[in-house]
Design a protein around this ligand. Sequence first.
Ligand code: ATP
Length: 484
Amino acid sequence: MANDNNKFQAIISHCKEYGFIFPSSEIYDGLSAVYDYGQYGSELKKNIRDYWWKWMTQLHENIVGIDAAIFMHPTTWKASGHVDNFSDPMIDNKDSKKRYRVDHLIEAHADALPKEQGEALLAEMDQLLAKEDFAGLKTLIENNKIKCSVSGTCNWTDVRQFNLMFATEFGAVSGEGDDNMVYLRPETAQGIFVNFLNVQKTGRMKIPFGIAQVGKAFRNEIVARQFIFRMREFEQMEMQFFIRPGTQKEWYEYWKEERMKWHLSLGIPADRYRFHDHVKLAHYADAACDIEYDFPIGFKEVEGIHSRTDFDLRNHQEYSKKKMQYFDNDPGPDGKPYGNYIPYVIETSIGLDRTVMMVLSEAYEEQDLSTAEKADSRVVLKFPPKLSPVKLAILPLMKKDGLPEIARDLMNECKASFRCFYEEKDTIGKRYRRQDAIGTPFCVTIDHQTKEDGTVTIRHRDSMVQQRILLKDVKEMVEKAIQE
Ligand code: ATP
């Protein structure tokens, strides 16, 4: 079995070999931190997206979804604070010219130290970051003799802020200064905030209610070497939950618990997750935590839960001069309606690509199946059936004797309901292994006995157990499994 770092590399190779994820524009040597999803990766990603969407919108009656544009009016990003604040402290090594995010540089150093020493260093870093004490951070790096991994030297510039938004020009005219500049959105949340009243009024939504969205976001990440964990173009699944001011603590706790339930419903055990409370709060938050998953590269954030106060709506009201208020007719403690207010917001924000990475990491297994007679092994992706790219492989044992016809009939019966894969080539063993490698939970083999008694062999991916069942029961069995 591979060790963890090897496992990470093995997953990357596997993703490429089996059509899950390719480097973007690979024929031109790729584009750093940009990836394309192949035939199975896009199915997996879609299944995760659909599952999130269904869980958040269909199963929560007071949450509706929208699909806002990637381009937004440039003032949006002034109001949201991104123009001024969406930056990370960076430091450059003068010899190698390599740029690092300060927190990543220190974290990598801390990881290599004995546990207590590493924790003390991180605590000191957190305090300096919270105070935005950039001179202090530089001193911390120098005092700890943290070196550049390329040049091996300690020759650092000052710590500076670097904005992570991508800007581009809008319309046909170029070179007319800032007026034509638009940003590629760095988060989907602002599309929700600017549509708050549109949705509230047209949907006659009553507080508390939520608006959910899935879509692309873009960040000019500096350290971007971690496969789909940190990309420059990625997808977010976000939900803004609008609440009465003063109720944010209870809703924050509610959403922490609720989101953890979703994670556990992926079949991932609780001990693979942990909460991490933020010490340094973002400019908009009064409380924030991450749900971290134990990736092969260690515990890392997969989702953020933020209590955003009324920061965004209040600022949009100020910048747009449009009222962002809600009239709450419910009686308050004094019996009178709560009246007009700007709602507070709890946000749940999860990266779709990071979730793909999490699901892949959890599912990936290298198994040694050697017996006394022969060496053997397999790679299997143990996805929950509801997330598997292909649900059922339909495999006639031979290309003759009417077996393909029976198999085709089954394919036609099932393919409108779930994704099937039909294959006649190669030995059945090889065909099973290929399905294991893409995480297909069931293979059905049609053989001569099928013609006699209407039964087929169902082979289960995880246990490799083979079972005889009636051909007419196959569809229902798969449908039941993918609903769990
Ligand atoms: P990080 O600290 O890892 O940069 P963040 O705290 O900036 O993440 P948020 O702004 O809270 O992230 O975004 C919400 C979610 O979006 C994250 O939990 C993560 O899953 C995802 N995400 C953020 N940046 C990226 C990225 N560059 N590539 C892939 N997913 C990302």
